[in-house]
Design a binder for this molecule. Structure first.
Ligand code: XMP
Length: 533
């Protein structure tokens, strides 16, 4: 089944990704393409509609981002901010650098809505409903009385191109929305994709469904059906795919999708290095081995990893050691795993956008593991490369993965190894696992985990004095960390109620042997990082 597609041409706007998300939320598949590759992509994909994004540049500058309007002629097109200015300029109108830069909320007036003859609230009946289209906010804004929109621009349209009509103004931006209904071309100076714009979704909905005539049938079920077909076509009737499963959301959903597509030919490998959170390894084996009846190769390798980590305290050395041991595991089990033609990887859409590439390449270095054996340098399959994280979670749910797995927070490849400062020993791992379990289950039971990007317990490499009963203690401290973040690039400590922290600290000191103090990390990123090492 081929889905309908909206291409968002990215002119470098800060909300371009958000446009894609909004369109997808409305049930239409959407992809973002940098303006430099847009025409090529449009020829390849043959989209059903185009949205031109905002952007930081001026359409008046020499060499400003552009698109050949002949290439999108006949396609329903919505220009947003810079996209509208470019549309106006390229189709024969004029753009000027405004005397007023507008940033933030503005009240927009759909043109004609204040004229009593057309008033919605004034109790006067509409005389000629047809006239609404041209006079009362036009095709996108009709029926919306003056409302707040989000603006962020320096340039604005001075003259509309031939064939366009004005559909809205603000007090400082006389031409704030335009349309040429006959050609299905629309422009809005404001940002309908941001939640601050009241009725932004209505405007996008009207564009997609009333004018571009799209179906809105892109759902996670439709994605699964389509992707299963694509994987089958790519892998063929008898080749195999190696799927490394870590217990994290992305690799679990990826593996579940491959199992659905090719069953036992999805060779799932799970390395339990002993540095996972409490009960996670058990859950991976139960879910994939038990529930999905996957062709699962689970290697329990605690001794190997702990052995290699003895005496190592330096963070980089620990990471390197863990990475090397992963490779050793694959080498030692090569005879069970060779014969695969593909390696599946849980790349997500934001990574694809970031790397700016849309073609898969032969793997050179693995995500977490450098220096893979040659037989593992396979062709890549990245079935989630079209999805955002929340869409991946939805697909996981549809595929029958348990909630705990689907809702799991990001977890680093080297696992608790980067949350145990100093030497990693089985005993110290146990302390972190127990404390982490208490912390996160207390948050979950109060629904405080919603909105948290990551939360965890870590162990410091010092000792301090305490007293328990009548006894002096000299033991190790746990650090709790919980952060909010959009993308892990920046992060802020979560404001957990003091009483909750106090209760958790009490439980940890009382229930986890070897711990006599608990700290809460308030540092943001930057200057700190999310993980301690
Ligand atoms: P930092 O600590 O650099 O972490 O602020 C940013 C995000 O990346 C995760 N992280 C890793 N993920 N392998 C991974 O797959 C790693 O080696 C690794 N180190 C950090 C971290 O959990 C956070 O989400």
């Amino acid at each position: 089944m081929a889905h309908q597609t909206v291409i968002v041409v990215d002119f470098g706007g800060q909300y371009s990704q958000l446009i894609v998300r909004r369109v997808r939320e409305l049930g239409v598949y959407s992809e973002m393409v940098p303006w430099t590759h847009a025409v090529e992509k449009i020829r390849e994909v043959k989209p059903d509609a185009i949205i031109l994004s905002g952007g930081p540049r001026s359409a008046l500058e020499a060499g400003a981002p552009n698109i050949d309007f002949n290439a999108i002629d006949g396609l329903p097109t919505l220009g947003i901010c810079y996209g509208m200015q470019l549309m106006a300029k390229e189709l024969g109108g004029k753009v000027e650098t405004a005397s007023h830069k507008e940033y933030g909320f503005r009240v927009i007036t759909p043109i004609g809505s204040s004229v009593p003859r057309f008033a919605q609230d004034g109790g006067v009946a509409l005389e000629t409903p047809v006239a609404i289209w041209e006079q009362d906010g036009g095709a996108l804004l009709h029926g919306l009385t003056s409302h707040n929109v989000w603006m962020s621009h320096g340039d604005q349209v001075l003259e509309m191109p031939p064939g366009f009509v004005l559909t809205a103004s603000t007090d400082t931006c006389p031409i704030a929305a335009i349309e040429n209904l006959a050609r299905n071309q629309f422009g809005v100076q404001f940002h309908p994709e941001v939640t601050h714009t009241a009725d932004g979704k209505t405007i996008l909905r009207r564009f997609l469904f009333e004018h571009a005539k799209l179906n809105g049938d892109w759902t996670s079920e439709a994605f699964i059906d389509e992707e299963v077909e694509r994987i089958r076509a790519m892998v063929g009737p008898d080749r195999k795919v190696l799927c490394a499963v870590s217990g994290g959301v992305d690799s679990s959903v990826m593996a579940a999708l491959l199992i659905k597509a090719i069953g036992e030919r999805a060779v799932c490998v799970f390395v339990d290095h002993g540095l996972l959170r409490k009960d996670e390894a058990k859950q991976v084996v139960e879910t994939f081995g038990g529930h999905f009846h996957a062709n699962l190769h689970a290697f329990t390798e605690h001794d190997r990893f702990f052995g290699a980590l003895v005496g190592k305290k330096d963070p980089e050395e620990k990471r390197k050691t863990i990475g090397e041991q992963f490779v050793r595991v694959f080498e030692d089990h090569a005879n069970e795993l060779v014969g695969c033609d593909f390696l599946a990887q849980g790349t997500l859409y934001p990574d694809v956008i970031e790397s700016g590439s849309s073609t898969s390449a032969k793997i050179k270095t693995h995500h977490n593991v450098g220096g893979l054996p040659d037989w593992m340098k396979l062709d890549l399959i990245e079935p989630l490369r079209w999805l955002f994280k929340d869409e991946v979670r939805e697909v996981g749910r549809q595929l029958g993965l348990p909630d705990e797995m689907v809702d799991r927070e990001p977890f680093p490849g080297p696992g608790l190894g980067v949350r145990i400062l100093g030497e990693v020993t089985p005993e110290r791992v146990r302390m972190v696992q127990e404390a982490d379990w208490i912390f996160r289950s207390e948050l979950r039971s109060r629904a405080l985990n919603k909105g948290i990007w990551q939360s965890y317990a870590a162990l410091l490499d010092v000792k301090s004095v305490g007293v328990m009963g009548d006894e002096r203690t000299y033991e190790q401290p746990i650090v709790l960390r919980a952060v909010e973040s959009e993308d892990a690039m920046t992060a802020r400590a979560v404001n957990i109620p003091f009483e909750v922290l106090e209760h958790i600290a009490n439980r940890i000191v009382n229930e986890v042997d070897g711990v006599n103090r608990v700290f809460y990390d308030l540092t943001s990123k930057p200057p700190a990082t999310i993980e301690l090492e």
